[in-house]
Design a protein around this ligand. Structure first.
Ligand SMILES: Cc1cc2nc3c(=O)[nH]c(=O)nc-3n(C[C@H](O)[C@H](O)[C@H](O)COP(=O)(O)OP(=O)(O)OC[C@H]3O[C@@H](n4cnc5c(N)ncnc54)[C@H](O)[C@@H]3O)c2cc1C
Ligand code: FES
Length: 263
């Protein structure tokens, strides 16, 4: 059950210019949150920006009730949020989203992320690793300046692949290129993905062609984050073309089976 919490900011790190890692005290949210959930953050108590901003949960420190999230400054809301100081409060609603990452039925997991889409994948890797799963992680970033969390993901992966689109750091190319290559010799039980929409479309197509179950976390633009405004609709794949049906990413997702959605 989501709760509203004024959570004290206890640590703030700028990982690379414009990307911030916040740790906040939110035991009420941490106690029920699952990998793939997100929070809605109120930016200011002034009238603008009015809407809360959706940000994924990066890590749940369950022992200490600390919730961690990481965000890139994109527009006005994230810019104002980035100026919050340690000791101040962050107004959160969470955990949100019924569609979360599920791994109970699988042993060999392929986890693939691009850019700021890698953040919700970390808690999945952590919890799956603790549950004794085999984890192969494929991350890619546009260039060296945007590479974050390399050591963190390496520590929770049995096999780790890092690439940049322009080859300015690590291997050159897209994460999916390396996953496809490894799929020639390895069999994965499920693929878990989050990243930009074109990347997710390509992963969905590959997984479905290869017959590998695939769970995708969609980052649709959101208004309310609570299933009220209809701002985050995604087409239900099985619905007819001439009379399509939609689900709310914020409520039914953000994680979906790839075969359930069309985007
Ligand atoms: C489920 C979910 C999880 C997300 N997790 C993360 C994360 O962990 N780290 C991170 O850096 N970003 C994440 N995003 C994207 C983040 O929400 C947007 O970058 C942010 O809302 C931009 O707000 P802004 O005020 O800075 O930009 P503006 O462009 O000024 O925002 C204007 C409006 O558009 C919405 N909006 C703009 N871009 C996006 C977007 N890509 N997705 C959703 N809404 C958007 C905002 O909520 C706001 O209502 C996530 C988005 C979703 C839907
Ligand atoms: S964001 Fe309002 S219904 Fe999903």
């Amino acid at each position: 059950m989501p709760v509203q919490k004024n959570a004290k900011l206890i640590e703030k790190i700028e990982l690379v210019p414009g990307i911030f890692h916040f740790k906040v005290e939110a035991p009420e949210i941490v106690s029920t949150a699952k990998p793939g959930n997100f929070v809605e953050i109120r930016i200011t108590h002034q009238t603008a920006p009015f809407l809360r901003r959706p940000i994924s949960i990066y890590h749940l420190d369950k022992e200490n009730g600390i919730l961690e999230f990481i965000f890139q400054v994109k527009g006005e809301g994230t810019k104002i949020l980035s100026q919050r100081k340690v000791g101040e409060e962050v107004d959160l609603i969470g955990p949100l989203g019924f569609g979360t990452f599920r791994f109970d039925n699988y042993q060999n997991l392929a986890v693939i992320g691009g850019g700021i889409g890698i953040f919700p994948l970390y808690e999945l890797c952590q919890e799956a690793k603790q549950a004794g799963k085999q984890i192969s992680t494929y991350l890619s970033f546009r260039n060296q300046d945007l590479v974050v969390l390399e050591k963190e993901f390496q520590a929770v992966s049995d096999h780790f692949s890092l690439s940049t689109d322009d080859g300015s750091y690590a291997k050159k190319g897209f994460a999916l290129d390396y996953l496809k290559e490894d799929c020639k010799n390895h069999s994965y039980d499920c693929i878990y993905a989050c990243g930009p929409t074109p990347m997710l479309r390509a992963i969905k197509a590959f997984a479905e062609e290869a017959g590998i179950p695939c769970q995708l976390s969609l980052e649709e633009k959101m208004g309310c984050g609570l299933g009220v405004c209809l701002g985050c609709a995604v087409k239900i794949a099985s619905s007819p073309k001439d009379a399509p049906d939609y689900m709310h990413v914020c409520k039914a997702g953000p994680v979906f089976q790839s075969t359930d959605v069309e985007f």
